[in-house]
Ligand binder design. Structure first.
Ligand code: AIR
Length: 349
């Protein structure tokens, strides 16, 4: 689909980096966002501002594009499904419906006989009391959470009262593992048995928000192979087209657990823009627009740090070395803990 027009739903930093990669491949982009001044407005060929249930805007968007993708799993399933009746949506919307719900997501992983941490559905305070054996744990909203939003760390049952949990929402309680490391595997699936896969990336989180990602990860060969294999199994089962990410925990006994699946390009893969011949974003465009699949090759080792909130002000003033690449997401409003930019530093292999 050379010269196709690609529609991207969602206008955050992931949409911006997708649009930039598309430009490089001579693919025009139309971004549809419910935020008037979304970052991707600066990088797309056309920008449509509207609610994700605004029939008129959706219709106009559909008319403008040949193929549609999305950059955020919180896009309503109904919107994606409606669009997919007229234009191809990749990855397919049914995948998003599963991944939007942490319970369905965990069930899917377990159905494939892959490890997750122990988990249980929580709908009322009593559900927590009867599942006290899963504490210390993390209580997460089943839907619409990211970057630690809607999450509560609970060490003991006595803490629950003070947390002001809104039980109008559904939750999942996940038992904490004795964590040694966190890694992620990013892959792009072009079709059955057609993958490009990056080496596992080692991640450090702070307050449930990604702080640093680096390659190579310091893990053994067995875990490297196993994590890549599991990520492929999940992508195959979902019949995924495009770039996706599987986040893993490794515990003190070197056991591997799937933490979560992101049905999209992922923050931990931002370093691939500079470290590899083809970035996770370019690969996504290549897969959904049915362009040539080119083998990925690492050019450099790398480390990426996320720039949150007010910190962006200093990074905007700094000078950078030749091996440092600063990305400013151009978000209009600085909020504490909001992802405002990132810095990738390249290292020789
Ligand atoms: N995003 C999507 N899932 C997780 C993340 N971090 C990216 C997407 C989305 C943006 O974060 O690009 O549009 C939303 O960021 P914010 O700061 O507006 O909440």
């Amino acid at each position: 689909m050379a010269n196709a027009v690609l529609g991207i739903i969602g206008g955050g930093q992931l949409g911006s980096m997708l649009a930039s990669s598309a430009k490089k491949l001579n693919i025009k982009t139309v971004v549809f966002s419910d935020e008037e001044n979304a970052p991707a407005k600066n990088f797309s060929n056309e920008f449509i501002y509207g609610n994700y249930n605004n029939e008129e805007k959706i219709k106009y968007f559909i008319d403008c594009v040949d193929v549609v993708t999305f950059e955020f799993e919180n896009i309503p399933f109904e919107t994606l499904n409606q669009i997919s009746k007229i234009k191809p949506v990749l990855p397919k919307p049914s995948i998003n419906r599963i991944i939007q719900n942490r319970l369905l997501e965990k069930d899917l992983i377990n159905k494939l006989n892959l490890n997750t941490t122990q988990y249980v559905s929580i709908n009322k305070i009593d559900d927590l009391t009867v599942n006290e054996d899963l504490l210390p744990g993390i209580l997460k909203t089943s839907r619409f959470g990211y970057d630690g939003k809607g999450q509560f760390k609970i060490n003991s049952i006595n803490e629950v009262e003070n947390l002001n949990i809104d039980f109008k929402k559904e939750y999942i309680l996940e038992k904490l593992v004795k964590l040694k490391k966190e890694i992620s595997v990013i892959l792009t699936r072009f079709g059955p048995e057609s993958f490009e896969i990056y080496e596992p990336i080692e991640n450090i989180h702070e307050d449930q928000i990604l702080k640093t990602s680096r390659i190579p990860s310091q893990i053994n060969k067995e875990l490297t192979e196993k994590s890549k294999e599991w990520a492929k199994m999940i992508a195959d089962d979902l019949d995924f087209i495009g770039t996706m990410c599987v986040e893993f925990f490794i515990d003190k006994n070197e056991n591997l657990y799937v933490n979560e699946i992101a049905p999209r390009v992922h923050n931990s893969g931002h370093l691939t823009i500079n470290s590899h011949n083809i970035s996770q974003f370019e690969n996504h465009i290549r897969a959904v627009c049915k362009l040539e699949k080119i083998p990925v090759k690492k050019l450099y080792n790398a480390e990426m740090i996320n720039i949150l909130g007010e910190n962006i002000i200093n990074y905007r003033k700094r000078k950078y070395l030749d091996n440092e690449f600063f990305f400013d997401y151009l978000k209009k409003e600085i909020k504490s803990k909001r992802k405002m930019g990132h810095l990738t530093t390249l290292k020789n292999q």
